[in-house]
Design a protein around this ligand. Structure first.
Ligand code: PLP
Length: 387
């Protein structure tokens, strides 16, 4: 069989995930401290799990509406209004998806024609580029810099735009840098978006994990709601990664088009997860606050700790990632991460897997216990001394 001819050309453009490759190295190791995974170390709060048991006991085992349970969409709409003053009609402007992952894929497949360009601030979450390529789009990376606190600036965006540019992806708080963007930063970007008539995919999955100031939701800015596809979900803030549940809110013509893909490919998100998400939104805020307080404590420890051992680390203000520079070691990101793993049993993610502008950095997730973070810092210090 000639597999190269069989496997689609689009797929062949996509390299295997750099994160996966790295985890394969780590899986066999004993006494490993992992700051690798971008996943809460908390179990989903009990009342949320209980609501899923309850729904199963009462026979909730069917498909739901393709859009998702109306009760959940109403609660999503209410929370968007309460948190950000956003007004989305739960009937036709909210779609429940299988995680933000599905929401991003739907958004890209809905708006991209072959060759349309997607502006992706880099370093970036690893899925945007492959999802763009699979949807027929072209990737145009916009580098963000440590001296700008890894924010997307209006100037950098303006310079990157071409006549093919159609959609900008915004992910703040950011994976992998932990950067956030304040209202005034976003307003500058919004001016450029308007000037060039761009669409925006706002992946705000880390919105609730904002440690300084308030998260500003991009569609809440003047004139932006009509051109924004807002994606959010439950994986990070509610520690619900395994439930595979998220949502998208967008103007009706966009949402009904996304819904057409969703109804043929997914049908609906699992009903148990939808019930659990409903409970999360209704009664989960206290638990979220506790987890956010915990992440915040860890954030301070890891940022100070990394700087103290000589790895220059900008102060991330959102998500649960620290993104220190390892340039002073003279190693590449891959070399640093591989050697640290092999010699001192600490897993971090080399920054270059998030794009070439991540070279010279590593991503350390602090969704790990304080004890693990302290031990990882000790081991990293030891590793640095040996270099
Ligand atoms: N978007 C970002 C920025 C992420 O970091 C992740 C997961 O790491 C996702 C989306 C995927 O989210 P979900 O679990 O809701 O599919």
């Amino acid at each position: 069989m000639n597999w190269d001819e069989i496997i689609s050309d689009k797929l062949q453009q996509i390299p295997p995930s750099g994160i996966r490759k790295f985890f394969d190295l780590a899986t066999e190791m004993d006494d490993l401290i992992s700051l690798g995974v971008g996943e809460p170390d908390f179990v989903t709060p009990w009342h949320i799990r209980e609501s899923a048991f309850y729904s199963l006991e009462h026979g909730s085992t069917m498909y739901t509406s393709n859009y998702g349970l109306l009760s959940l969409r109403k609660e999503i709409s209410k929370s968007l209004d309460q948190d950000y003053g956003l007004d989305y009609n739960p009937e036709d402007q909210v779609l429940v998806t299988v995680g933000v992952s599905e929401a991003v894929d739907l958004a890209l497949r809905t708006v991209l024609n072959d060759g349309d360009e997607v502006l992706i601030p880099e370093p970036s979450y690893v899925s945007y580029e492959p999802s763009t390529i699979l949807a027929g789009g072209k990737v145009n990376k916009v580098k963000t810099k440590p001296e700008d606190d890894f924010k997307l600036t209006a100037e950098n965006l303006e310079q990157a735009i071409t006549s093919e540019s159609k959609l900008l992806i915004l992910c703040y708080p950011n994976n992998p840098t932990g950067a956030i963007m304040k209202r005034e930063d976003l307003e500058e970007v919004a001016k450029v978006v308007k000037k060039h008539d761009l669409l925006v995919l706002a992946d705000e999955i880390y919105a609730k994990l904002t440690y300084e100031g308030e998260h500003v939701s991009f569609p809440s800015l003047a004139g932006m709601k009509e051109r924004t596809i807002l994606c959010n979900g439950f994986s990070k803030a509610y520690a619900m990664t395994g439930w595979r549940i998220g949502y998208v809110a967008a103007p009706e013509p966009l949402l009904s088009s996304m819904m057409r893909i969703h109804q043929y490919t997914i049908l609906c998100a699992p009903i148990m997860s939808q019930k659990a998400a409903l409970e999360a939104l209704k009664n989960g805020n206290k638990q979220v606050e506790k987890m956010v307080d915990d992440y915040n404590r860890r954030r301070r420890v890891i940022t100070k700790g990394l700087n103290d051992i000589g790895l220059d680390c900008f102060e991330a203000k959102g998500a649960f990632y620290a993104f220190p520079s390892i340039k002073s070691t003279g190693l590449t990101s891959q070399e640093f991460a591989e050697q640290l793993l092999k010699e001192n049993n600490v897993a971090v993610i080399p920054g270059d897997v998030f794009g070439s502008s991540g070279e010279g950095f590593i991503r350390c997730s602090y969704a790990a216990s304080l004890e693990s973070i302290y031990e990882a810092l000790n081991r990293m210090e030891d590793f640095l001394k040996k270099l």
